[in-house]
Design a protein around this ligand. Structure first.
Ligand SMILES: CC(C)(COP(=O)(O)OP(=O)(O)OC[C@H]1O[C@@H](n2cnc3c(N)ncnc32)[C@H](O)[C@@H]1OP(=O)(O)O)[C@@H](O)C(=O)NCCC(=O)NCCS
Length: 162
């Protein structure tokens, strides 16, 4: 049976295996990992899906910032290669969005706009932003439904000062 649960309730090694399967074992070099380096995962926005044998999906969220503005970094979002395109990614995204509170900041992620556009993410507000590693500007996405004021230009990074 497929079950959605808080990420912290799942064995970390099983989640790591899923991430290796979805992104490759060299994934730690990715810019998204530099963006949230040293930050703790946000427990109430992070979920996993298991099928009784393995972890087959996960979503993790992290505290990051640009200048003095708080942001939530969404990702990695991962579904096991043999389980993709069966609705698990949507289930993870909807669970995460349903768990947001008024205290949660606007969200940013590096991902495909063709997929994450359906959840309210686009690259319009991120044009002037820079990252601590290489990135494709069309894949740097923002979700800011309350139109929180954010810097037009600046560098994203771990939320160390706020
Ligand atoms: C991207 C990912 C999370 C999507 O989850 P999923 O469970 O496979 O997808 P879902 O079943 O929720 O959605 C399927 C739909 O999304 C589309 N889709 C899936 N991945 C897509 C992508 N990268 N770009 C555009 N569309 C995509 C499918 O074509 C399908 O479209 P339809 O609803 O019109 O038929 C998953 O495929 C994955 O883990 N991929 C590898 C890791 C990755 O690239 N993660 C994203 C960066 S953080």
């Amino acid at each position: 049976m497929i079950m959605l649960c808080p990420l912290f309730s799942l064995p970390p090694a099983d989640v790591e295996k899923l991430l290796d399967d979805a992104f490759g074992t060299d994934r730690h070099q990715r810019t998204a990992y530099l963006l949230r380096k040293g930050m703790p995962v946000i427990d109430h926005l992070s979920f996993g899906i298991e099928d009784g044998k393995a972890v087959i999906g996960s979503i993790q969220c992290w505290p990051i910032a640009i200048d003095d503005a708080k942001l939530v970094l969404v990702g990695p979002v991962a579904v096991s290669p043999h389980r993709q395109n069966s609705g698990l990614g949507k289930q993870l995204m909807h669970a995460m969005l349903a768990a947001t509170t008024a205290a949660d900041a606007p969200m940013v992620m590096i991902g495909d706009p063709e997929y994450y556009g359906r959840f309210g993410f686009d690259a319009i507000g991120t044009v002037g932003w820079t990252l601590p590693g290489p990135w494709d500007p069309r894949r740097l996405l923002l979700r800011n439904p309350d139109n929180v004021s954010l810097p037009i230009t600046g560098r994203l990074g771990p939320r160390t000062r706020l």
